[in-house]
Design a protein around this ligand. Structure first.
Ligand SMILES: *Cc1c(COP(=O)(O)O)cnc(C)c1O
Length: 219
């Protein structure tokens, strides 16, 4: 199927309250434009410079989501335009986002990335560290950042039971956090291979790349 058919398929089949993030990393602007013309307005990228150059080229009514690991020294390149950063995993990063957002007189939306996978290399906060970042006294020092939810990535595995266990872990945490912090409305979990499982466990935002744009070529 074409990119625009894929977009229409997802737009037609996802539950109403679910946001589709079209993950366009490594793909050319021509592919993004095809998705845009099919009505897609939310795009996810994992490299800040790549996102910034696509932002310059693409129409201006797009919401750009950063879904990759963020190095503090690169926040300044996306601060003028980024709509949501999915991958906040430290106070140091949150402070830098606040500082750069202030320069543009903006409030930048963020998700706390929670480590749910068993794999060692995956980034993310644990339960306690995430709660610390949400504490009132910390939040009071960060007027240019708005934490609106949680994000997680399941292990890279074919084992459905394991993926489901990891999604359950995140959704349980989300339910617990939202009692104290009702602003955490977003739960970003699920990719091409596992988004239906993620939806079963309360995901409100799915990040779909290869099943919209085709397999990625990293050469
Ligand atoms: C690349 C990526 C995706 C999309 O993966 P697909 O398997 O192509 O759907 C989703 N989330 C994150 C964090 C990614 O880096």
């Amino acid at each position: 199927m074409s990119i625009s058919e894929n977009i229409k398929k997802y737009q037609g089949s996802l539950p109403k309250n679910t946001t589709l993030v079209a993950v366009s990393k490594t793909k050319p602007v021509s592919s993004l434009l095809e998705a845009y013309d099919a009505g897609q307005r939310v795009f996810g990228e994992n490299k800040i410079q790549e996102m910034a150059s696509k932002w310059e080229e693409m129409p201006k009514d797009i919401q750009w989501h950063m879904i990759g690991h963020v190095q503090t020294n690169k926040v300044k390149y996306m601060a003028p335009f980024v709509d949501l950063i999915h991958t906040v995993d430290s106070l140091k990063l949150l402070r830098e986002i606040n500082k750069q957002a202030a320069k543009h007189d903006r409030v930048i939306n963020c998700l706390l990335q929670i480590k749910i996978a068993e794999e060692e290399h995956k980034f993310g906060l644990d339960h306690q560290d995430a709660l610390l970042l949400l504490a009132k006294d910390i939040q009071a020092t960060l007027p240019h950042v708005s934490i609106v939810g949680l994000m997680g990535m399941a292990s890279f595995t074919d084992n459905k039971t394991q993926i489901e266990t990891e999604f359950k872990k995140l959704s349980t945490l989300h339910k617990e956090f939202i009692k104290q912090h009702p602003q955490l409305t977003v739960l970003s979990m699920g990719m091409s291979s596992d988004y239906t499982l993620a939806l079963d466990h309360g995901s409100t935002m799915v990040r779909i790349g290869s099943s919209i744009f085709g397999a990625r070529n990293y050469n």
